[in-house]
Write a protein that binds this ligand. Structure first.
Ligand code: PLP
Length: 369
Protein backbone atom coordinates (compact mmCIF):
# COMPACT_ATOMS: atom_id res chain seq x y z
CA UNK A 1 0.00 0.00 0.00
CA UNK A 2 1.33 3.44 -0.87
CA UNK A 3 0.70 6.82 0.64
CA UNK A 4 -1.50 7.59 -2.38
CA UNK A 5 -3.87 4.85 -1.21
CA UNK A 6 -4.11 6.61 2.11
CA UNK A 7 -5.44 9.76 0.45
CA UNK A 8 -9.19 10.28 0.75
CA UNK A 9 -11.34 8.70 -1.97
CA UNK A 10 -13.24 11.93 -2.51
CA UNK A 11 -9.94 13.62 -3.38
CA UNK A 12 -8.64 10.80 -5.57
CA UNK A 13 -11.82 10.84 -7.65
CA UNK A 14 -11.89 14.64 -7.93
CA UNK A 15 -11.64 16.04 -11.46
CA UNK A 16 -9.10 18.83 -11.21
CA UNK A 17 -9.89 22.27 -12.57
CA UNK A 18 -8.21 22.55 -15.98
CA UNK A 19 -6.58 25.93 -16.43
CA UNK A 20 -5.81 27.38 -19.85
CA UNK A 21 -2.24 27.71 -21.07
CA UNK A 22 -0.37 30.88 -20.17
CA UNK A 23 -0.86 33.41 -22.96
CA UNK A 24 2.92 33.75 -23.43
CA UNK A 25 3.29 30.02 -24.01
CA UNK A 26 0.43 29.97 -26.48
CA UNK A 27 1.88 32.88 -28.44
CA UNK A 28 5.24 31.14 -28.56
CA UNK A 29 3.64 27.94 -29.90
CA UNK A 30 1.61 29.78 -32.53
CA UNK A 31 4.40 32.19 -33.42
CA UNK A 32 2.19 35.23 -32.78
CA UNK A 33 2.56 38.25 -30.52
CA UNK A 34 -0.66 40.21 -30.31
CA UNK A 35 -3.19 37.70 -29.00
CA UNK A 36 -6.28 38.76 -27.11
CA UNK A 37 -7.79 36.82 -24.25
CA UNK A 38 -11.57 36.67 -24.14
CA UNK A 39 -11.56 33.51 -22.07
CA UNK A 40 -11.71 34.26 -18.35
CA UNK A 41 -14.27 37.05 -17.88
CA UNK A 42 -11.56 39.47 -16.85
CA UNK A 43 -12.07 43.22 -17.12
CA UNK A 44 -10.65 44.27 -20.52
CA UNK A 45 -10.02 47.77 -19.13
CA UNK A 46 -7.67 46.38 -16.51
CA UNK A 47 -8.21 47.91 -13.09
CA UNK A 48 -8.54 51.39 -11.63
CA UNK A 49 -5.37 53.50 -12.08
CA UNK A 50 -5.54 54.15 -8.33
CA UNK A 51 -4.64 50.52 -7.73
CA UNK A 52 -1.23 50.97 -9.30
CA UNK A 53 -0.56 53.91 -7.01
CA UNK A 54 -1.45 52.13 -3.79
CA UNK A 55 0.42 48.99 -4.77
CA UNK A 56 3.58 50.93 -5.57
CA UNK A 57 3.21 52.67 -2.25
CA UNK A 58 2.79 49.34 -0.44
CA UNK A 59 5.66 47.46 -2.08
CA UNK A 60 7.95 48.51 0.74
CA UNK A 61 5.64 46.71 3.17
CA UNK A 62 5.44 43.27 1.60
CA UNK A 63 7.68 41.88 4.33
CA UNK A 64 4.81 42.44 6.75
CA UNK A 65 1.84 40.13 7.27
CA UNK A 66 -1.45 41.55 6.05
CA UNK A 67 -4.14 42.69 8.46
CA UNK A 68 -5.81 39.38 9.28
CA UNK A 69 -9.09 41.17 10.00
CA UNK A 70 -9.05 43.40 6.89
CA UNK A 71 -10.06 46.28 9.15
CA UNK A 72 -10.02 49.18 6.67
CA UNK A 73 -11.45 47.26 3.73
CA UNK A 74 -14.26 45.87 5.85
CA UNK A 75 -15.09 49.39 7.04
CA UNK A 76 -15.34 50.58 3.46
CA UNK A 77 -17.30 47.56 2.25
CA UNK A 78 -19.71 47.66 5.18
CA UNK A 79 -20.45 51.30 4.47
CA UNK A 80 -20.99 50.64 0.75
CA UNK A 81 -23.20 47.62 1.34
CA UNK A 82 -25.12 48.96 4.32
CA UNK A 83 -24.12 46.04 6.55
CA UNK A 84 -22.01 45.62 9.70
CA UNK A 85 -18.32 44.76 9.45
CA UNK A 86 -18.85 41.52 11.39
CA UNK A 87 -21.13 40.31 8.59
CA UNK A 88 -18.15 40.14 6.22
CA UNK A 89 -15.75 37.24 5.61
CA UNK A 90 -12.78 37.82 3.33
CA UNK A 91 -11.47 35.19 0.95
CA UNK A 92 -8.47 34.63 -1.29
CA UNK A 93 -10.88 35.15 -4.19
CA UNK A 94 -14.55 34.30 -3.71
CA UNK A 95 -13.60 30.73 -4.65
CA UNK A 96 -11.89 30.61 -1.28
CA UNK A 97 -15.10 31.79 0.39
CA UNK A 98 -17.08 29.07 -1.39
CA UNK A 99 -14.55 26.57 -0.05
CA UNK A 100 -14.92 27.98 3.48
CA UNK A 101 -18.69 27.58 3.20
CA UNK A 102 -18.32 23.99 2.05
CA UNK A 103 -15.90 23.16 4.86
CA UNK A 104 -18.22 24.77 7.40
CA UNK A 105 -21.39 22.95 6.34
CA UNK A 106 -20.50 19.91 4.24
CA UNK A 107 -19.06 16.51 5.05
CA UNK A 108 -19.74 12.86 4.30
CA UNK A 109 -23.49 12.22 4.64
CA UNK A 110 -24.42 15.83 3.82
CA UNK A 111 -25.59 17.09 0.45
CA UNK A 112 -25.29 20.24 -1.62
CA UNK A 113 -27.90 21.23 -4.19
CA UNK A 114 -27.04 23.16 -7.33
CA UNK A 115 -28.00 23.31 -10.99
CA UNK A 116 -26.67 21.51 -14.00
CA UNK A 117 -24.23 23.91 -15.75
CA UNK A 118 -23.69 25.81 -12.49
CA UNK A 119 -20.26 27.27 -11.70
CA UNK A 120 -17.70 24.46 -11.61
CA UNK A 121 -16.39 25.30 -8.16
CA UNK A 122 -19.62 24.09 -6.47
CA UNK A 123 -19.15 20.42 -7.42
CA UNK A 124 -15.45 20.75 -6.66
CA UNK A 125 -15.76 22.03 -3.08
CA UNK A 126 -18.71 19.72 -2.39
CA UNK A 127 -16.78 16.61 -3.37
CA UNK A 128 -13.59 17.73 -1.65
CA UNK A 129 -15.56 17.73 1.61
CA UNK A 130 -16.85 14.22 0.99
CA UNK A 131 -20.42 15.49 0.55
CA UNK A 132 -22.84 14.47 -2.19
CA UNK A 133 -23.92 16.77 -5.00
CA UNK A 134 -27.61 16.87 -5.92
CA UNK A 135 -27.76 18.37 -9.36
CA UNK A 136 -31.04 19.68 -10.67
CA UNK A 137 -31.64 19.68 -14.43
CA UNK A 138 -31.20 23.04 -16.08
CA UNK A 139 -34.06 24.82 -17.81
CA UNK A 140 -34.63 23.60 -21.37
CA UNK A 141 -33.13 25.31 -24.37
CA UNK A 142 -36.51 26.76 -25.44
CA UNK A 143 -36.89 28.48 -22.08
CA UNK A 144 -36.36 32.26 -21.76
CA UNK A 145 -33.42 31.39 -19.48
CA UNK A 146 -32.09 28.56 -21.64
CA UNK A 147 -29.74 26.27 -19.68
CA UNK A 148 -30.38 28.38 -16.57
CA UNK A 149 -31.28 27.38 -13.02
CA UNK A 150 -34.68 25.70 -12.56
CA UNK A 151 -35.55 26.87 -9.05
CA UNK A 152 -38.54 24.55 -8.67
CA UNK A 153 -36.39 21.64 -9.73
CA UNK A 154 -33.75 22.70 -7.22
CA UNK A 155 -36.34 22.74 -4.42
CA UNK A 156 -37.25 19.16 -5.30
CA UNK A 157 -33.62 18.10 -4.76
CA UNK A 158 -33.69 19.27 -1.14
CA UNK A 159 -34.01 16.50 1.44
CA UNK A 160 -33.12 15.81 5.08
CA UNK A 161 -29.39 15.62 4.22
CA UNK A 162 -29.20 18.94 2.38
CA UNK A 163 -26.89 21.42 4.08
CA UNK A 164 -26.09 23.94 1.32
CA UNK A 165 -27.77 25.28 -1.81
CA UNK A 166 -25.61 27.14 -4.33
CA UNK A 167 -27.08 29.61 -6.82
CA UNK A 168 -24.95 31.76 -9.10
CA UNK A 169 -26.83 34.89 -10.13
CA UNK A 170 -25.92 35.41 -12.89
CA UNK A 171 -24.43 32.00 -13.46
CA UNK A 172 -21.14 31.24 -15.16
CA UNK A 173 -20.77 29.74 -17.80
CA UNK A 174 -24.38 30.26 -18.91
CA UNK A 175 -24.83 33.94 -18.03
CA UNK A 176 -28.44 33.20 -17.06
CA UNK A 177 -30.00 34.89 -14.06
CA UNK A 178 -32.98 34.56 -11.73
CA UNK A 179 -35.41 37.37 -11.10
CA UNK A 180 -36.15 38.99 -7.78
CA UNK A 181 -39.61 37.55 -7.06
CA UNK A 182 -38.57 34.04 -8.09
CA UNK A 183 -35.42 34.09 -5.99
CA UNK A 184 -37.26 35.47 -2.97
CA UNK A 185 -39.92 32.74 -3.25
CA UNK A 186 -37.16 30.18 -3.52
CA UNK A 187 -35.30 31.35 -0.42
CA UNK A 188 -38.56 31.45 1.52
CA UNK A 189 -39.26 27.85 0.51
CA UNK A 190 -35.86 26.53 1.63
CA UNK A 191 -35.92 25.26 5.24
CA UNK A 192 -34.11 27.77 7.44
CA UNK A 193 -31.50 25.29 8.68
CA UNK A 194 -30.04 25.03 5.14
CA UNK A 195 -27.42 27.53 4.00
CA UNK A 196 -28.47 29.34 0.82
CA UNK A 197 -25.47 30.72 -1.07
CA UNK A 198 -26.12 33.38 -3.70
CA UNK A 199 -22.95 33.89 -5.73
CA UNK A 200 -23.05 37.42 -7.14
CA UNK A 201 -19.62 37.56 -8.80
CA UNK A 202 -21.03 39.64 -11.68
CA UNK A 203 -23.39 41.76 -9.58
CA UNK A 204 -21.96 45.15 -10.57
CA UNK A 205 -22.25 44.37 -14.30
CA UNK A 206 -25.88 43.33 -14.28
CA UNK A 207 -28.21 45.50 -16.27
CA UNK A 208 -31.46 43.52 -16.57
CA UNK A 209 -34.87 44.33 -15.07
CA UNK A 210 -35.92 42.67 -11.79
CA UNK A 211 -32.41 41.56 -10.89
CA UNK A 212 -32.21 41.25 -7.09
CA UNK A 213 -29.56 42.54 -4.70
CA UNK A 214 -29.65 39.59 -2.32
CA UNK A 215 -27.87 41.53 0.43
CA UNK A 216 -31.14 43.38 1.06
CA UNK A 217 -32.62 40.09 2.34
CA UNK A 218 -29.92 39.34 4.90
CA UNK A 219 -32.00 40.69 7.78
CA UNK A 220 -34.87 38.48 6.75
CA UNK A 221 -32.97 35.20 6.33
CA UNK A 222 -30.35 33.99 8.81
CA UNK A 223 -29.37 31.19 6.45
CA UNK A 224 -28.47 33.47 3.52
CA UNK A 225 -24.85 33.92 2.36
CA UNK A 226 -24.07 36.30 -0.50
CA UNK A 227 -20.65 36.14 -2.16
CA UNK A 228 -19.00 38.86 -4.25
CA UNK A 229 -15.56 39.43 -5.71
CA UNK A 230 -12.96 41.97 -6.79
CA UNK A 231 -11.96 39.69 -9.68
CA UNK A 232 -14.56 40.78 -12.19
CA UNK A 233 -15.62 44.41 -12.57
CA UNK A 234 -12.84 45.70 -10.31
CA UNK A 235 -10.27 43.93 -12.46
CA UNK A 236 -8.26 42.43 -9.60
CA UNK A 237 -8.48 38.73 -10.56
CA UNK A 238 -4.72 38.29 -10.19
CA UNK A 239 -4.67 39.67 -6.67
CA UNK A 240 -7.34 37.21 -5.41
CA UNK A 241 -9.93 38.85 -3.21
CA UNK A 242 -13.56 37.98 -2.63
CA UNK A 243 -15.92 38.07 0.32
CA UNK A 244 -19.08 36.73 1.85
CA UNK A 245 -21.86 38.79 3.39
CA UNK A 246 -23.99 36.90 5.88
CA UNK A 247 -25.36 36.99 9.41
CA UNK A 248 -22.67 37.75 12.02
CA UNK A 249 -23.13 34.18 13.33
CA UNK A 250 -22.37 32.54 9.99
CA UNK A 251 -19.47 34.93 9.43
CA UNK A 252 -18.09 33.94 12.83
CA UNK A 253 -18.11 30.28 11.75
CA UNK A 254 -16.56 30.95 8.33
CA UNK A 255 -13.85 33.02 9.98
CA UNK A 256 -12.91 30.10 12.24
CA UNK A 257 -12.15 27.99 9.17
CA UNK A 258 -10.45 30.82 7.33
CA UNK A 259 -6.68 31.02 7.40
CA UNK A 260 -5.83 34.29 9.14
CA UNK A 261 -3.78 35.74 6.28
CA UNK A 262 -5.79 34.44 3.30
CA UNK A 263 -6.36 37.95 1.96
CA UNK A 264 -2.98 39.38 1.03
CA UNK A 265 -1.52 42.79 1.78
CA UNK A 266 -1.60 44.20 -1.75
CA UNK A 267 -5.08 42.85 -2.46
CA UNK A 268 -6.54 44.49 0.64
CA UNK A 269 -5.33 47.97 -0.21
CA UNK A 270 -5.96 47.58 -3.93
CA UNK A 271 -9.55 46.55 -3.21
CA UNK A 272 -10.10 49.53 -0.95
CA UNK A 273 -8.73 51.88 -3.61
CA UNK A 274 -10.97 50.24 -6.24
CA UNK A 275 -14.06 50.92 -4.17
CA UNK A 276 -13.21 54.62 -4.24
CA UNK A 277 -13.09 54.80 -8.05
CA UNK A 278 -16.73 54.72 -9.11
CA UNK A 279 -15.84 56.32 -12.46
CA UNK A 280 -13.84 53.21 -13.41
CA UNK A 281 -16.76 50.98 -12.48
CA UNK A 282 -19.14 53.14 -14.53
CA UNK A 283 -16.85 52.98 -17.53
CA UNK A 284 -16.51 49.21 -17.19
CA UNK A 285 -20.29 48.82 -17.10
CA UNK A 286 -20.64 51.00 -20.16
CA UNK A 287 -18.05 49.10 -22.22
CA UNK A 288 -19.61 45.80 -21.19
CA UNK A 289 -23.22 46.76 -21.82
CA UNK A 290 -22.39 48.02 -25.30
CA UNK A 291 -20.07 45.10 -26.06
CA UNK A 292 -22.60 42.50 -24.91
CA UNK A 293 -25.38 44.10 -26.89
CA UNK A 294 -23.20 44.24 -30.04
CA UNK A 295 -22.12 40.62 -29.65
CA UNK A 296 -25.74 39.49 -29.30
CA UNK A 297 -26.58 41.46 -32.43
CA UNK A 298 -23.67 39.90 -34.28
CA UNK A 299 -24.86 36.41 -33.31
CA UNK A 300 -28.44 37.15 -34.35
CA UNK A 301 -27.23 38.47 -37.70
CA UNK A 302 -25.24 35.29 -38.25
CA UNK A 303 -28.06 33.04 -37.06
CA UNK A 304 -26.06 31.85 -34.06
CA UNK A 305 -27.90 30.76 -30.92
CA UNK A 306 -26.63 32.20 -27.64
CA UNK A 307 -27.61 31.71 -24.02
CA UNK A 308 -29.08 34.90 -22.51
CA UNK A 309 -26.45 36.59 -20.37
CA UNK A 310 -26.43 39.25 -17.67
CA UNK A 311 -22.69 38.94 -17.12
CA UNK A 312 -19.58 40.14 -18.97
CA UNK A 313 -19.59 37.18 -21.36
CA UNK A 314 -21.83 35.41 -23.84
CA UNK A 315 -22.01 31.66 -24.40
CA UNK A 316 -22.60 31.01 -28.08
CA UNK A 317 -23.52 27.78 -29.83
CA UNK A 318 -21.39 26.77 -32.82
CA UNK A 319 -22.57 23.15 -33.01
CA UNK A 320 -20.33 20.64 -34.76
CA UNK A 321 -17.99 23.45 -35.86
CA UNK A 322 -17.12 24.34 -32.26
CA UNK A 323 -13.70 22.77 -31.77
CA UNK A 324 -12.57 23.62 -35.29
CA UNK A 325 -13.67 27.22 -34.82
CA UNK A 326 -11.99 27.39 -31.42
CA UNK A 327 -8.70 26.28 -32.97
CA UNK A 328 -9.00 28.66 -35.90
CA UNK A 329 -9.68 31.58 -33.60
CA UNK A 330 -6.68 30.54 -31.56
CA UNK A 331 -4.51 30.53 -34.69
CA UNK A 332 -5.62 34.11 -35.23
CA UNK A 333 -4.63 34.96 -31.67
CA UNK A 334 -8.13 35.07 -30.21
CA UNK A 335 -8.56 33.00 -27.07
CA UNK A 336 -12.09 32.07 -26.02
CA UNK A 337 -13.28 29.38 -23.61
CA UNK A 338 -14.42 25.91 -24.70
CA UNK A 339 -16.95 24.42 -22.28
CA UNK A 340 -16.31 20.69 -22.56
CA UNK A 341 -15.74 20.46 -18.82
CA UNK A 342 -19.35 21.63 -18.42
CA UNK A 343 -20.58 19.14 -21.05
CA UNK A 344 -21.46 22.10 -23.25
CA UNK A 345 -19.35 20.83 -26.14
CA UNK A 346 -21.20 22.81 -28.81
CA UNK A 347 -20.64 26.15 -27.10
CA UNK A 348 -17.85 28.67 -26.66
CA UNK A 349 -17.91 31.25 -23.90
CA UNK A 350 -16.75 34.65 -25.11
CA UNK A 351 -15.81 37.35 -22.61
CA UNK A 352 -16.67 40.90 -23.62
CA UNK A 353 -13.50 42.78 -24.57
CA UNK A 354 -12.75 46.36 -25.57
CA UNK A 355 -14.41 47.66 -28.77
CA UNK A 356 -11.14 47.03 -30.67
CA UNK A 357 -10.86 43.48 -29.39
CA UNK A 358 -14.49 42.79 -30.28
CA UNK A 359 -14.00 44.14 -33.78
CA UNK A 360 -11.09 41.76 -34.23
CA UNK A 361 -13.27 38.91 -33.00
CA UNK A 362 -16.04 39.80 -35.49
CA UNK A 363 -13.61 40.10 -38.39
CA UNK A 364 -12.02 36.75 -37.58
CA UNK A 365 -15.34 35.00 -36.92
CA UNK A 366 -16.84 36.29 -40.15
CA UNK A 367 -13.79 35.12 -42.06
CA UNK A 368 -13.88 31.64 -40.51
CA UNK A 369 -17.65 31.19 -40.74
C1 PLP B 1 -15.46 34.40 -11.68
C2 PLP B 1 -16.45 33.84 -10.72
C3 PLP B 1 -16.22 33.91 -9.36
C4 PLP B 1 -15.04 34.66 -8.83
O1 PLP B 1 -14.01 33.90 -8.44
P1 PLP B 1 -12.80 34.59 -7.66
O2 PLP B 1 -12.28 33.48 -6.85
O3 PLP B 1 -13.38 35.67 -6.82
O4 PLP B 1 -11.86 35.10 -8.68
C5 PLP B 1 -17.16 33.40 -8.50
N1 PLP B 1 -18.31 32.85 -8.96
C6 PLP B 1 -18.57 32.80 -10.27
C7 PLP B 1 -19.87 32.24 -10.73
C8 PLP B 1 -17.64 33.27 -11.18
O5 PLP B 1 -17.89 33.20 -12.49
Amino acid sequence: MSVIDTALNQIKSLHPYTPGKPVEELERELGITDSIKLASNENPLGCSPRVQEVIEHQLSEVSLYPDANAYYLKQALAKNLGVETHQLTMGNGSNDVLDLIARTFLTSGKEAVFSEFAFIIYPLVTQACGAKARISKALPRQSAQAYGHNLEGMLEQINENTAVVFIANPNNPTGTWVEKADLLNFIEAVPEHIAVVIDEAYFEYVNVPDYPDSTTWLNQFNNLIVTRTFSKIYGLAGLRLGYAISSPEISDLLNRVRQPFNANLLALSAAKASLEDSAFVEQSIQVNTQGLSDLKQYCSDKGLFYIPSAGNFLTVEFGSRTSDLYQKLLNKGIIVRPLGNYQLHDFLRISIGTPDQMQRLYDSLSEIL
